[in-house]
Design a protein around this ligand. Structure first.
Ligand code: FDA
Length: 389
């Protein structure tokens, strides 16, 4: 069987690419349904883009690589597509756009767009082998127990990253990219919770508060969530993409609170109260209890000098922690790193040294922040390759 284009992976990027590719297109996926990560994303409502998408919201060895594709298919283009399909949406916070209904509406929209462009979708199909064949590519696949050979002028790698292997994530795109001479950058789990020694925060599990979290490279102001295993929540997921083993992070537990002024005012008004009582009015009480012994919070406010109050505020705004690790690919939302952008055209996503081979989406060394940026990269890179085909 011969196709103009075969796209490996019917996820976010692959479906978008199929919707824009001309000619005879085949999408191949080993899953039972297309776009499974879209379906489970955003708590079932899919945070499909971000109003404030900028190249600065992406990590890559080459920070300029994503600019061209993001500029040519922006958040506004995707919003227009969503509106054409009459999918209702809302902004939750920080520019994050979600469906009012279910994320399966986005999957259905993309499948519809791919079908309208004339693409076929083969699901539950195993990719056994990929090879050069003349100026194009030959694939050996297994479908419904039958081994088939497929030929294509263009081959698009869109099988995503390694995160959540339980959902069928594999390193196939990396393997085929390497086979055709592309190199990889180091891959690691990103947007992932931190782990700490057993029981360290068990008593705080479920406590959430707004924080500013700072690493050696950057900082984020969002919510932090204590879990049985360690720390999670948007602020932690964001910083995890920048964190490296052994590094400490600093958490400002009093983010947005003018704690020093508050403590001084309370010392004036209610000096007999303990620090614990007063702090418990501004911060989660379970957290204050947890910190109490270390910071001597049973002491009375009236007994605290300005200097002592200031050093308490400093300790709360620079709570230093060294995670033992992360939860890994088991729960990571994305994979950092991947197919080296050095080998790809930023305008078309085509391999510079292997004409007809394209790589898009999460498989490429472009990783977005939390908040709809990863889907926007999938749409933009899928569109760039589709337009070029
Ligand atoms: P994607 O993973 O979407 O698709 C890859 C496809 O390839 C899959 O269909 C898979 O079955 C197939 N495949 C893999 N290996 C194969 C093989 N060997 N053979 C055949 N097929 C194979 N992002 C965001 O912007 N907003 C959000 O709300 C969320 N939420 C979210 C929640 C959770 C729990 C996760 C895990 C991730 C997110 N993300 C997110 C990230 C987002 O889902 C991700 O970045 C994109 O889906 C990447 O799109 P791709 O098309 O590159 O890969």
């Amino acid at each position: 069987m011969k196709f103009d284009t075969v796209i490996l992976g019917a996820g976010a990027a692959g479906l978008m690419c199929a919707a824009h590719a001309g000619g005879r297109t085949l999408l191949i996926d080993h899953a039972r349904k297309p776009g499974e990560k879209i379906r489970i994303s955003g708590g079932g409502r899919c945070n499909f883009t971000n109003l404030y998408t900028e190249p600065e919201n992406f990590l890559s060895t080459n920070p300029h690589f994503a600019k061209s594709a993001l500029a040519r298919y922006s958040q506004w283009d995707f919003i227009a597509l969503v509106e054409r399909h009459k999918i209702a949406w809302h902004e939750k916070s920080l520019g994050q756009l979600f469906c009012d209904g279910k994320s399966t509406q986005i999957v259905a929209m993309l499948v519809d767009e791919a079908h309208r462009a004339g693409a076929d979708i083969w699901l539950q199909t195993t990719i056994r082998e990929a090879a050069h064949c003349g100026a194009g590519f030959a694939l050996t696949v297994e479908r419904e127990g039958v081994t088939q050979r497929i030929e294509a002028n263009n081959l698009v790698l869109a099988t995503g990253g390694k995160s959540i292997p339980k959902m069928g994530a594999t390193g196939l795109a990396y393997d085929i990219a390497q086979q055709f001479g592309l190199s990889l950058t180091e891959t690691r789990p990103a947007l992932v919770p931190f782990t700490f020694p057993e029981g360290r925060f068990a008593a705080l599990s479920g406590v959430s508060l707004p924080v500013r979290v700072v690493s050696a490279r950057t900082s984020f102001e969002e919510a932090l969530l204590f879990t049985h295993r360690g720390l999670s929540g948007p602020a932690i997921l964001q910083i995890s993409s920048y964190w490296r083993e052994g590094e400490a992070i600093s958490v400002d537990l009093a983010s947005g609170l003018d704690l020093f002024a508050r403590l001084r005012a309370q010392r004036q008004r209610a000096g007999r109260r303990t620090l614990k009582t007063v702090l418990g009015q501004a911060m989660p009480t379970r957290l204050v209890d947890h910190l109490s012994a270390d910071l001597n919070l049973d002491a009375r406010l009236a007994d605290q000098s300005d200097k002592a109050l200031q050093s308490l505020c400093d300790a709360l705004s620079n709570w230093r922690l060294t995670p033992s690790g992360t939860e890994g690919y088991r729960t990571a939302e994305v994979t950092l790193g991947g197919i080296d952008t050095d080998g790809l055209s930023s305008a078309t996503m085509e391999a510079k040294t292997c004409p007809g081979l394209f790589a898009i989406g999460e498989a490429v060394d472009v990783t977005g922040w939390l908040g709809g940026y990863n889907f926007q990269w999938a749409w933009a890179s899928g569109h760039a390759a589709g337009q070029a085909i």
